[in-house]
Ligand binder design. Sequence first.
Ligand SMILES: *[C@@H]1O[C@H](CO)[C@@H](O)[C@H](O)[C@H]1NC(C)=O
Ligand SMILES: *[C@@H]1O[C@H](CO)[C@@H](O)[C@H](O)[C@H]1NC(C)=O
Ligand SMILES: *[C@@H]1O[C@H](CO)[C@@H](O)[C@H](O)[C@H]1NC(C)=O
Ligand SMILES: *[C@@H]1O[C@H](CO)[C@@H](O)[C@H](O)[C@H]1NC(C)=O
Ligand SMILES: *[C@@H]1O[C@H](CO)[C@@H](O)[C@H](O)[C@H]1NC(C)=O
Ligand SMILES: *[C@@H]1O[C@H](CO)[C@@H](O)[C@H](O)[C@H]1NC(C)=O
Ligand SMILES: *[C@@H]1O[C@H](CO)[C@@H](O)[C@H](O)[C@H]1NC(C)=O
Ligand SMILES: *[C@@H]1O[C@H](CO)[C@@H](O)[C@H](O)[C@H]1NC(C)=O
Ligand SMILES: *[C@@H]1O[C@H](CO)[C@@H](O)[C@H](O)[C@H]1NC(C)=O
Ligand SMILES: *[C@@H]1O[C@H](CO)[C@@H](O)[C@H](O)[C@H]1NC(C)=O
Ligand SMILES: *[C@@H]1O[C@H](CO)[C@@H](O)[C@H](O)[C@H]1NC(C)=O
Length: 764
Amino acid sequence: MVWITLLANLFVAWFLAVADATTLPLPITKIGCQDKCGNVSIPYPFGVGDDPNCYGEAKFKLVCNTKFDPPLLFMERDERVSTPIIDISLLQGQLTILLWISRQCHTINGTFTNDWFYLWLNLKDDYKVSNIRNKFIAIGCDTQAILMDTSGKSFQTGCISYCTDVKSVINGSCTGIGCCETAIPKGVNSINISFASYYNHSKSWNFSRCSYAFLADIQWFKFYVSDLWDFPNRVEYNHIYPDNGQNLPAPPVVVDWGIGNLTCKEALQANQTKVDACGRNTNCSDSENAPGYHCLCKQGFEGNPYLLDGCKDVDECADPEKNSCVAICSNTEGSYNCSCPSGYYGNGVNATKGGSGCTPFKKDFPLTQLILGTSFGVLFVLIGSSVVFCAFQKRKLMKLREKFFQQNGGMFLQQQLSSHDRLVDTIKIFTSEELKKATDNYNERRILGRGGYGTVYKGILSDDRVVAIKKSKVIDKAQIEQFINEVLILSQINHRNVVKLLGCCLETEVPLLVYEYITNGTLHHHIHNQKHKNSFSWRKRLIIASETAGALAYLHSAASQPIIHRDVKSTNILLDENYTAKVSDFGASRLVAFDQTQLSTLVQGTMGYLDPEYLHTSLLTDKSDVYSFGVVLVELLTARKVLSLEQPEEQRNLAMYFVSSMKENRLMELLDERIVQEEDLEEIHEVASLARRCLRVNGEERPTMKEVAMELEGLRVSKKHAWMEQDHEETTHLLGEMPIPALETNPSNTSFNQVTMSILDAGR
Ligand SMILES: *[C@@H]1O[C@H](CO)[C@@H](O)[C@H](O)[C@H]1NC(C)=O
Ligand SMILES: *[C@@H]1O[C@H](CO)[C@@H](O)[C@H](O)[C@H]1NC(C)=O
Ligand SMILES: *[C@@H]1O[C@H](CO)[C@@H](O)[C@H](O)[C@H]1NC(C)=O
Ligand SMILES: *[C@@H]1O[C@H](CO)[C@@H](O)[C@H](O)[C@H]1NC(C)=O
Ligand SMILES: *[C@@H]1O[C@H](CO)[C@@H](O)[C@H](O)[C@H]1NC(C)=O
Ligand SMILES: *[C@@H]1O[C@H](CO)[C@@H](O)[C@H](O)[C@H]1NC(C)=O
Ligand SMILES: *[C@@H]1O[C@H](CO)[C@@H](O)[C@H](O)[C@H]1NC(C)=O
Ligand SMILES: *[C@@H]1O[C@H](CO)[C@@H](O)[C@H](O)[C@H]1NC(C)=O
Ligand SMILES: *[C@@H]1O[C@H](CO)[C@@H](O)[C@H](O)[C@H]1NC(C)=O
Ligand SMILES: *[C@@H]1O[C@H](CO)[C@@H](O)[C@H](O)[C@H]1NC(C)=O
Ligand SMILES: *[C@@H]1O[C@H](CO)[C@@H](O)[C@H](O)[C@H]1NC(C)=O
């Protein structure tokens, strides 16, 4: 099993354009059916047009005259009379229509004027006026309004409003003074209104001598004193009154509807298998007012429950409001699971919501892991409050993919590819489907490693090639071009000791990178794993050191644009079955935005390998790689941990301990006994002296990677080689001249030590 460890040494805040993706609208109609009339959405089972596939039952067939007008609902009594529908709600099983007001006016002498109109309503039996959402309302100061069904036989109700003086009218209160309201009975679908009055509006007042009466959605209606003068002009909706062709004010009225005419229970009995009109992942609920039932998406699903597959899983992980995870949130069908990253225990559910959160294990917690752990913690809280990538795969549509492709610089990459013909072969653009399949839908079991850059999966392509697939973290939009350039540069690197980038995929929210798969684990694993005790000879170590140095030197100089690895360490050096070294992960450090202001508070690189000069300058140079490589050499020589908290203070940082031991001629005490017993101590001493030069505090005094590589290559081929002698002399010469840096004799005096020590202190 290969652990390509990606350490959390860099992070990028990544609350980016994720929200866009989640608001992707779900389909509301069957495929090919009109889903809008005017600006009213028409969800199935409602439909317009003649295709019976587009509406659920005859009663849900609406008329859409033009693209710009709202759909119409026709009356039972007179098929020519219709009311416009301004909203259709699947959730409550309701629709909102516009229904005219009734008006009757008098002269001061008490006689009727000709200016009147009466509302009537006569809906088909399938629709009922909502008794919960609507009220019957009358406005006037000498008004009795009566509401009845068209036959006048099944019910009559009404209210009385009176006032003598506008001062007695309460603004905003419809309670009988200037305005009155009353509830309407259940199951009403036909209506007639009539008026009466005590004084025929013949009192001497200066407001309107009209009575108004109407049905209205109580969420819409509010009474103002000014309505006594001019109610009709305040109504923002209107509709042509068929009897006289006038455009009359028409308040919104909510109408209930239901599927079929059976209850849920009856419907289920009728079919045995399922409630007919409801799709998958739905519940059925009886309609309170209209005949029939309603369908609802089950908890954890959303969409149109009347379509067979209309209810889609809600990605709770995408919205911090919808989940209570503190760290890792994984979406499941209809729900989600919380968990903690490795190194933590607990159920991952926020403690304020009854969970146990995530708590780090305390025992044996080395500094690197502590830093790592906290990084992970922060990262996973970020992740928890945002989107888990996997959840996206499901809902991804072509459009979304294309968007990501554009967003990830796909167009730019394609341009580059077509202008560099020779690149076409070296880098392949994979589709998201291919990689999803290769990783068994990003199966947890395929994870090779996680880190600050992302997650690495083992993948098997359709041609049976085994690859490592890295899912990056979100990249800043401004960095896209740089990212593409990096991909192009990396794809051109063809060095036997560098892990090869095979291709990438830009169709997902974040780019995916595809690397060759290296079988034999990391160098770190081989140095520190007890099982490999006898097999890891000095010879092997020297070859690995030489190959690694060669690869880094190549990156620093040979590539068209120098590439600084920035995170050289034994975990980033992979070994194949022949112990051939493969430097990995150098691309990632360049992929991430290098923003000084963002990173000034963060440690870039891995503690123990980090160039001390960087702590002063915040600049990583090619000499930083030399320093880190020096630490790897020391690791190879000593097989000791790079940072070990359990050691006495002066021994905690391996690099510093090594340098001071060298100075005191105590190298032998440090060496890995496995190699001491072997041949060639002279060779070991030469490598130790090289390592010491790589570890100089002043970057400029360190050899270049090329010099290091040449020296190691010389040792590897034959230490008696002519140029080696010369080089060695030079080395001794330089060493003789170099004053030992002050910090090595007086550690407490230097900022390097202060910084390192304060980090160590923080770790305790
Ligand atoms: C619907 O369209 C009408 C007329 O085109 C417009 O006045 C109204 O504001 C629109 N309503 C919505 C909710 O967009
Ligand atoms: C109301 O009656 C008065 C006389 O009482 C008359 O002058 C006036 O024209 C009448 N107004 C209307 C609108 O009938
Ligand atoms: C409504 O009531 C009025 C009387 O107020 C009556 O003339 C009319 O015929 C009724 N309309 C219907 C449709 O019953
Ligand atoms: C009545 O209330 C509304 C809103 O609450 C306000 O705009 C209006 O000015 C008030 N009218 C009077 C007469 O107070
Ligand atoms: C109101 O008008 C009706 C008919 O128009 C009439 O019969 C009645 O007497 C009038 N009432 C008053 C108080 O003027
Ligand atoms: C109506 O009369 C009241 C007093 O009864 C007065 O305060 C108000 O200003 C008058 N309004 C108009 C529009 O004349
Ligand atoms: C329900 O509808 C069916 C056909 O649509 C009809 O035959 C039946 O009589 C209706 N039942 C009730 C109780 O309305
Ligand atoms: C019952 O439901 C199934 C699945 O929707 C459908 O195929 C079948 O025709 C229905 N049976 C009856 C008797 O309605
Ligand atoms: C749906 O039905 C299931 C049982 O069939 C019930 O547990 C669940 O609470 C219901 N959900 C809703 C939203 O009604
Ligand atoms: C836990 O929930 C509370 C309240 O909802 C919230 O304030 C807090 O930030 C949450 N903690 C974490 C770690 O998400
Ligand atoms: C989610 O958690 C439950 C209980 O902890 C477990 O049974 C289930 O398999 C988990 N589902 C997934 C997809 O991890």
